[in-house]
Design a protein around this ligand. Structure first.
Ligand SMILES: C[S@@+](CC[C@H](N)C(=O)[O-])C[C@H]1O[C@@H](n2cnc3c(N)ncnc32)[C@H](O)[C@@H]1O
Length: 214
């Protein structure tokens, strides 16, 4: 089913030896999104999910600062998955699990009303018009994400691509289950190479924050 999502493009990338070695330990981090988080983490706790974690800096930072949370990372970029494992190991962060699959298929399999925080930072902007259908954030994505959030749960996003910021606003503003919009930069979002590049190119980085309302 994962190929039905036009936003899903599996990307290869150069991998360091350490990242490759870490992928050999992926089994210890993998989770099945259809399995109850309590069974996966061995505890009931607030759950955060980052979609498209890239190299994993934001997720490991959040998880390290919130050991009382269960944290799930979703991506298909293998060097990034290796990098996330390495950071969890180096920083002794034990509350992260990984799903290596398309974000939409993962959300579809997660239990409804089960997520306190969803993060999507610098989703691929797909600037060419003919590629817009590949963008992850759409009204349909918004509806699916809302279903997965608990009431009072948050979805936080950031992009440096103004037309994509407009797409995010369009996709989420009329969603009756969400309240919110543009927001201040979130203090838990560390600067990754995407934001650093944005700063270099003088792109405006826009954060968004929405709350699921009952
Ligand atoms: C531009 S990068 C941003 C990475 C990271 N969030 C950051 O801010 O540094 C987008 C990431 O989303 C992942 N991604 C894109 N589409 C995806 C999808 N449909 N399912 C899972 N991951 C996806 C890519 O593999 C990539 O790692």
């Amino acid at each position: 089913m994962i190929f039905s999502n036009p936003a899903f493009i599996r990307r290869r990338g150069r991998m360091t030896k350490a990242q490759l070695g870490a992928l050999g330990r992926l089994d210890q981090f993998l989770m099945d999104p259809a399995v109850d988080a309590k069974a996966v983490f061995n505890r009931r706790a607030p759950t955060a999910i980052e979609i498209g974690f890239g190299m994993g800096q934001a997720l490991v930072h959040f998880a390290g600062c919130h050991p009382e949370w269960n944290c799930i990372g979703v991506d298909v970029y293998r060097p990034g998955i290796g990098s996330l494992i390495l950071q969890c190991e180096a920083q002794n962060v034990g509350n992260v699990r990984i799903v290596e699959a398309d974000a939409v298929s993962v959300l579809e399999r997660l239990e409804d009303n089960s997520i306190e925080l969803m993060m999507v930072f610098f989703p691929d902007p797909w600037p060419k018009k003919r590629h817009h259908k590949r963008r992850l954030i759409t009204r349909t994505f918004g509806k699916l994400a809302t279903r997965k959030l608990k009431v009072g749960g948050l979805i936080r996003l950031a992009t440096d691509w103004v037309p994509y910021a407009e797409t995010i606003d369009e996709a989420l503003k009329d969603n009756p289950g969400l309240q919110g919009g543009v927001s201040e930069r979130w203090s838990f979002r560390p600067e990754t190479k995407f934001e650093e590049r944005a700063r270099r190119l003088r792109h405006h980085v826009q954060d968004f924050c929405y709350t699921k309302v009952g």
